[in-house]
Design a protein around this ligand. Structure first.
Ligand code: MG
Length: 388
């Protein structure tokens, strides 16, 4: 028998959020939102197994949210939250856990000490709910006017996880099937089970709107004020010489000439490397990779870009987005653009939506117009921990 397992209810459609996909799969600090709550529970030493209850249409989204986590197989949810929780509980019957924690998949910032408090309470009561006392003054409204002030003493805002003795909550859910109760504590109350209130956490917010998601992002990435945004640009030019291809953004593109340079002359990666180094306040590419150094003769410029991106990581930062503009009359870059974006995303370990590649000509004017070489400019935005 497992002592405690956790269910994460994530089958909702998140209609209030209004995104392209259910909110539990929106990106939070580079991962699907659901990943964070699952990871908090998987990483807790007192929890023997974690199972998500998902919408059957969301399997592919779930798989990316679950990546790298050791989870029990997900089970499909039902028509509403209460039904989804009941189906999840039914699925745990063969594990026969002593205790079960039920957590909302839209609460990504679950502190380990809240899990501890809920589990500890289950040693003395059959149910326990993480909650916060209401601190705002409460008003009841009627026709747009205050009808009365409601005494807030003794009022709490329920969060999750909500923990229960497993056989008791399973029986309570079976008895309540068909009702539309909004949390599992209400199901327990209906069955007459005593439910304790334990201290939740203000961090443990429920993501309901895009503003909530932005707040969670701020908390997760170090809290407002502790981070700063940095941006810089980079520029580079290489001249044409004899050859049969050019390399741009790490992609080999057939052409009747090649770019000359000490390395592979990837003018786009050089400009982007300089943008990253610029935003870090770390000089330029020539400082770190001098053209006089024979090690860089014919080098794959991916080495330079990766080095700059490792410097960002070493500072505890992350790349928010990058944008590259390649300036030339030929070769035509449109057919290669998707490949270039994919290669940059791979080199920088970024989502492709954070990478942009553009191409332009100079209308036949100047050295690029005369086909003497290719120029590239780039910009990069970083999020870095504030120093000093
Ligand atoms: Mg260069």
């Amino acid at each position: 028998m497992e002592r405690a397992v956790a269910l994460v209810v994530a089958a909702g459609r998140g209609e209030r959020f209004g995104g392209a996909r259910p909110k539990q799969y929106e990106t939070l600090a580079g991962r699907p939102l659901l990943h964070h709550g699952l990871a908090a529970l998987v990483g807790h030493p007192a929890i023997a197994g974690v199972r998500a209850v998902i919408h059957p249409d969301d399997l592919a989204l779930y798989q990316s949210a679950a990546e790298g986590l050791d989870l029990l197989d997900p089970v499909p949810g039902g028509a509403n939250r209460q039904d989804s929780a009941r189906l999840g509980l039914e699925s745990l019957e063969e594990l026969a856990p002593e205790h079960v924690l039920i957590h909302d998949g839209a609460r990504p910032l679950l502190p380990a000490e809240v899990i501890d408090r809920v589990l500890r309470a289950l040693d003395r009561v059959p149910g326990a709910v993480a909650a916060l006392p209401v601190t705002d003054t409460l008003k009841r409204e009627h026709d747009g006017l205050v009808a009365e002030t409601v005494a807030r003493q003794g009022l709490w805002r329920a969060q999750t996880p909500q923990g229960f003795h497993y056989p008791a909550i399973l029986a309570a859910h079976r008895a309540a099937a068909g009702a539309e109760l909004t949390d599992d504590a209400a199901v327990a109350e209906q069955a007459g089970l005593p439910v304790a209130l334990v201290e939740g956490s203000p961090r443990n917010l429920k993501v309901t709107t895009p503003e909530d998601l932005a707040r969670a992002e701020t908390i997760l990435t170090g809290g407002g004020g502790a981070q700063e945004t940095r941006s810089a640009s980079g520029f580079d030019v290489h001249r044409f010489g004899p050859g049969d291809h050019v390399t741009l953004c790490g992609v080999k593109i057939p052409h009747d000439r090649a770019l000359l340079g000490h390395s592979d002359a990837d003018v786009a990666l050089h400009a982007l490397t300089d943008a990253l180094l610029g935003a870090l306040g770390a000089g330029d590419i020539g400082l770190h990779f001098p053209p006089t150094d024979p090690r860089w003769r014919g080098a794959d410029s991916a080495v330079f870009l990766r080095n700059a991106s490792e410097r960002v990581a070493a500072r505890g930062g992350r790349i928010v987005n990058v944008d590259v503009t390649v300036i030339c009359e030929a070769p035509k870059l449109a057919p290669h653009r998707a490949h270039m974006v994919a290669r940059l995303a791979e080199l920088l370990d970024l989502a492709p939506e954070r990478v942009n590649v553009k191409a332009t000509t100079t209308e036949g004017l100047g050295f690029t117009g005369r086909g003497e070489g290719i120029a590239a400019q780039a910009s990069a935005t970083l999020c870095l921990p504030r120093r000093g």
